[in-house]
Design a protein around this ligand. Structure first.
Ligand SMILES: [Zn+2]
Ligand SMILES: [Zn+2]
Length: 121
């Protein structure tokens, strides 16, 4: 996966793991969902018109893939620059988990199943 440094001017409101509303510096909001279609979906211009700059993904999708909800405190964990670990920014928590860890795969595969079940109902 690509690693893109986060730009702090973009605000993330994470609904649940992999689903968020991102607000850009001009105040425009995008709906981002990493579970929709094989590579995720975003409502930004770059994704809709150009199919994303990063092999079918836009930067909002990459950033959301680089974010993970801390299982201990609920904070947004960020992928550190080697791309190997998510780290919780909460000083009192400091939970970290590998990007390829079983925990992350397990929780994310459950989310995928939930989404499929919602759709087929
Ligand atoms: Zn986007
Ligand atoms: Zn935490």
């Amino acid at each position: 996966m690509w690693f893109l440094p986060f730009q702090e001017e973009y605000l993330f409101e994470i609904e649940r793991d992999g689903v968020a509303v991102v607000t850009n510096p001009k105040g425009i909001k995008y709906h981002v969902n990493i579970w929709d279609r094989p590579r995720g979906v975003c409502t930004c211009y770059n994704y809709v018109k150009a199919g994303g700059n990063y092999r079918g993904r836009c930067k909002h999708l990459i950033w959301l893939l680089q974010s993970y909800i801390c299982p201990d405190c609920g904070n947004r964990m960020l992928l550190e620059s080697t791309g190997r670990y998510y780290e919780c920014p909460n000083q009192g928590c400091r939970f970290s988990v590998g990007y390829d860890s079983r925990l992350v795969y397990h929780i994310r595969s459950i989310n995928r199943k939930e989404l499929r079940n919602v759709r087929s109902n």
